[in-house]
Design a protein. Structure first.
Length: 95
């Protein structure tokens, strides 16, 4: 018994070069926009967690326990990772 197979990933163009159909592309422009925003959130979160080195070695620097490093930076990074998952999974509705 023979089964017919179809190549649904590419379509032949008039110039003889095979191009992907728009419906077969995994990501569209909106996905890349969301991924860029998510990446910016992640990088910003990591930059907020970073800080200057302690110049006074024998002394203790309480800045490592600041709200920015303990709460804001990790929360923004976590939201960036969640947004990145959404950007990858997101499929726009077709008309």
């Amino acid at each position: 018994m023979q089964t017919k197979t179809r190549n649904t990933t590419t379509a032949a163009a008039p110039d003889g070069i095979r191009h992907e159909n728009d419906s077969q592309k995994p990501f569209v422009k909106r996905n890349f926009l969301y991924m860029g925003i998510s990446l910016a959130m992640i990088i910003t979160g990591f930059l907020l967690m970073a800080g200057s080195a302690n110049g006074d070695v024998p002394g203790f620097n309480e800045d490592i326990f600041s709200f920015r490093r303990i709460v804001l930076g990790p929360a923004l990074s976590f939201l960036g990772f969640v947004a990145m998952a959404f950007a990858i999974i997101y499929t726009p509705k077709t008309k």
